[in-house]
Design a protein around this ligand. Structure first.
Ligand code: PMV
Length: 347
């Protein structure tokens, strides 16, 4: 029987699902799409631990699609409209237009800190939605659950698809046979790289003036797009090898190259822009000189924004946190200490 007829005949009048889902930070960046939410190159990310979204969705049978969303207890028309528009794109689930969604969501981290709330928020929502689909179909939760959730998350926001698993994940077709354009896949790393920290140096909490959606769009007529996609594919292979073999220096070299290439794409796009701030560059110089002087494996990456994610192994935590608080706090509004996490949790 199709989900469509199950919905009409057997759907419960009300179903509630709550998930906690973390954000992630890309080590190899997704920047540019082909078609609808298909990445132009493969990406690889680390899922965070403390920075997560908790979302409760109450699904009710209704006459028409209705979305009501509260972020930290306050109604948000903007996010409700985003979810509603996303649900309308899920053409294979047409009966969603007879469901009312009441969403209560909150983040453990503030907005504008360079930690992707779209990745945590939309993966949490996709996990709740997948729960509902399983409830309707009567299927037991199986190993396809996370693949389906990841696919639904991807359709909402590309990077969100990587948050449905803990540790490291890949997304996008590449030399690894299991990696797909449609959903993320867990990626096992060398034991020495299993305990990486991520300290986020928030140099600016300002709203960005060019969104990620617009940024992806600007890759379509970018003169260096083809070269960037080749570089990203090469970097993906080098990064995957370095993570597998525990080569932290190679990992760090590619991590920083990816961050700088992402921002170079923005600076060199036909409609040029930058999301970097003077303090981003000042912090980069300090990280480079700290590394030269101490030889400690401290590396940075950047998302589409001015804030730095500092990546390092937990064994150097004390020395590196001392450097961060002595040298980088004057350049930043806030520092958020996080680390690699174990992935989403059903509440
Ligand atoms: O998922 P989106 O559409 O918000 O794009 C994310 C893009 C980057 O964060 C810059 C890179 C990435 O792979 O996460």
């Amino acid at each position: 029987m199709s989900l469509n007829s199950l919905f009409k005949n057997l759907a419960p009048d009300e179903f509630v699902s709550t998930w906690r889902s973390p954000s992630n930070i890309a080590f190899v960046k997704y920047w540019g799409k082909k078609g609808h939410q298909i990445p132009a190159n493969p990406s690889l990310s680390m899922t965070l631990k403390e920075c997560y979204t908790e979302t409760k969705v109450t699904f009710k049978k209704a006459d028409a699609l209705n979305v009501d969303l509260k972020l930290d207890g306050v109604s948000s028309e903007k996010f409700a409209t985003k979810i509603s528009n996303y649900l309308k794109t899920l053409e294979e689930l047409p009966w969603l237009n007879q469901v009312s969604f009441s969403i209560e969501t909150s983040n453990t981290f503030p907005h504008g800190t360079g930690i992707a709330s779209s990745a945590s928020g939309l993966s949490a929502f996709a996990l709740c939605l997948t729960d509902y689909l399983y409830k309707l179909s009567g299927e037991e939760k199986n190993n396809l659950f996370y693949i389906r959730a990841s696919n639904l998350a991807r359709l909402a926001s590309g990077s969100a698809c990587r948050s449905v698993y803990g540790g490291f994940t890949t997304w996008g077709e590449c030399s690894l046979a299991e990696s797909s354009d449609k959903y993320a896949t867990p990626f096992e790393v060398h034991p020495e790289l299993k305990h990486l920290k991520d300290s986020v140096v928030v140099v600016s909490g300002e709203e960005k003036n060019v969104s990620s959606t617009a940024g992806h769009g600007r890759m379509s007529d970018h003169p260096f797009a083809a070269a960037r996609f080749v570089q990203a594919k090469d970097n993906f292979d080098i990064m995957a090898r370095a993570l597998k073999s525990g080569d932290i220096e190679e990992m760090g070299r590619v991590l920083e190259s990816e961050a700088l290439s992402l921002h170079a794409m923005m600076l060199t796009s036909p409609e040029a822009y930058t999301l970097l701030k003077p303090n981003t560059l000042a912090a980069i110089e300090m990280i480079w000189s700290f590394r030269r002087e101490t030889k400690l494996p401290l590396y940075f990456t950047l998302d589409a924004g001015p804030n730095l994610h500092l990546i390092y192994p937990d064994v150097f935590e004390n020395k590196i946190k001392t450097f961060i608080s002595h040298e980088l706090s004057s350049l930043s509004q806030k520092i958020i200490h996080d680390e690699k996490g174990e992935g989403p949790l059903k509440c």
